[in-house]
Design a protein around this ligand. Structure first.
Ligand SMILES: [Zn+2]
Length: 117
């Protein structure tokens, strides 16, 4: 099946990763105000796992399957405009305003050329 992920979706996905990081930093701050042993345990296990799953900055795990890596894979799968190769927006319109297909949705069959009206 042809991937139908769009550049706009990948952008939103990266924003979500950023929002998760912000929430995790807040959560970490709350845990830090608790007992030291609780904080140490949280850093070693749940916090460490979540941070390393996000971007691999953490020393806990490898960075082979982080959400950042997933975002990179999604970006590689974004279907480009059939005419000019520019990214498509969430409605499958070419994002290049000078492209003849800028006003034509490309969400038809993968092998069908969009029709110019
Ligand atoms: Zn185009």
């Amino acid at each position: 099946m042809t991937p139908k992920v769009t550049a706009a979706q990948v952008k939103r996905f990266r924003e979500i990763i950023g929002e998760i990081k912000e929430l995790m930093d807040e959560a970490k701050g709350i845990i830090r105000d608790g007992p030291r042993i609780t904080y140490e345990r949280a850093k070693a296990y749940p916090l460490g796992h979540i941070y390393s799953s996000l971007d691999g900055d953490s020393e806990y795990l490898g960075e082979n399957c982080t959400l950042d890596a997933i975002a990179d894979e999604l970006e590689d799968a974004v279907t480009p405009c059939k005419k000019c190769g520019s990214p498509l927006d969430e409605d499958q319109f070419c994002t290049d305003e000078t492209c003849p297909f800028h006003e034509i949705s490309q969400d038809d069959e993968p092998d069908t050329e969009p029709k110019l009206s």
